[in-house]
Design a protein around this ligand. Structure first.
Ligand SMILES: *Cc1c(COP(=O)(O)O)cnc(C)c1O
Length: 348
């Protein structure tokens, strides 16, 4: 148990005072009986989408609960994890006063959201093995430090953070620890969502954008204590996840077996890709990956990036990130796409 943790001290004062907005769909909950709905100024002509979506996403959460083994009251869903992350900022960070800690090189959204929300972003670089520097992170905190973002597997480096480092941070960090598990389905280790009951300061985020092949519907998942979820629910827009997204997400989660098969294919392809490019002279390092992409260090990232672009292959140049000089990030594609990438890289 983290003895410094007190949720009440972390929630913004204005948020504490809020009551959740009660929409028409909240006030009357159908008992399954055939009712006449004249409460929400909807258009009555049925087309499958003329009604507002369930603001509590009950069916979807029930299935997420089953698939992810997290209680429904410990789940929040959002319009992509980006919305979930933004809600976390707005619930806990007082603009112009509070600060957060991020660990570059990492996912760019944390910094963007800190800027939008006017929250100081304290950056503590990862070690040269791309691991959290626990002592430096703890030293960077003060009484206004609200959030720590741990992206594991980390984007763009691809590695997972050490179990001991994360656990120590969960025990000793004074604010909330947000573990971004966007790539967890590709990782060898399990999710931190199984430790929610051990750590009241833990928030885990996941997404349907990567392993579930559903980036287009925008569905982000957030797992945390019932108390934290209740705070986030107070500030979420009532209909933040639209009906089409709820339906498609439900289908995707029902087909979890297909997702697992695709993940296995991508993992095989990741291995094949890194082995195939291992002997290319201008590739200096191929970093180990626990995700669906590989970070490589090359002789001249700008040059190689442009050469690939000329051949019709778009990758990501990560060179401007700290510790990532001359690195490129390659997403694992289909067998055919990877073949094209391999032969093109070899021919440069
Ligand atoms: C891709 C990615 C996400 C996904 O965000 P969505 O808004 O759910 O699409 C979240 N975190 C990280 C680290 C990512 O790389």
């Amino acid at each position: 148990m983290n003895t410094l943790f007190n949720l009440d001290l972390l929630v913004r004062e204005n948020v504490k005072a809020l009551k959740p907005y009660s929409s028409a769909r909240d006030e009357y909950v159908s008992s399954g009986e055939q009712m006449v709905f004249l409460d929400a100024n909807e258009n009555p002509f049925e087309n499958g989408l003329n009604r507002y979506p369930d603001p509590h996403q009950r069916n979807l959460k029930q299935l997420i609960s089953k698939v992810k083994q997290v209680e429904a009251c410990q789940i929040l869903v959002g319009n992509g994890s980006d919305e979930v992350l933004d809600l976390i900022f707005r619930a806990f960070c007082e603009p112009g006063k509070d600060n957060i800690i991020t660990l570059p090189p990492t996912y760019g959204m944390y910094k963007v959201l800190s800027g939008i929300n006017n929250i100081e972003n304290r950056e503590v670089l990862l070690t040269d093995k791309f691991q959290p520097n626990v002592d430096e992170i703890l030293a960077a905190t003060d009484e206004n430090t609200k959030l720590l973002f741990l992206c594991t597997p980390n984007n763009p480096t691809g590695n997972s953070f050490d179990f001991e480092a994360i656990e120590r941070l969960l025990f000793e960090f004074p604010g909330l620890v947000v573990v971004d598990e966007a790539y967890i389905d590709f990782a060898t280790n399990g999710s931190w969502s199984f430790r929610l009951n051990d750590f009241p300061n833990l928030i885990v985020t996941q997404t349907l954008s990567k392993a579930f092949a559903m980036a287009g519907i925008r569905l982000g998942l957030c797992f945390a204590s019932e108390e934290i979820i209740a705070v986030l629910k107070k500030i979420k827009p009532p209909y933040n996840v639209n009906e089409l997204t709820q339906q498609k997400a439900f289908e995707a989660l029902e087909n979890y077996e297909t997702v697992k098969e695709q993940v296995q294919t991508l993992l095989k392809e990741r291995k094949r890709l890194s082995e195939a490019i291992a002997t290319i002279p201008y590739i200096e390092t191929i970093y180990d990956s626990d995700a669906n992409f590989i970070l490589i260090k090359v002789d001249d990232a700008n040059k190689r990036y442009n050469q690939l672009l000329e051949k019709g292959i778009v990758i990501r140049n990560r060179s401007t990130q700290p510790l990532c000089e001359n690195t490129l990030r390659l997403t694992v594609g289909t067998i055919e796409e990877n073949d094209k990438l391999i032969s093109t890289l070899k021919a440069l």
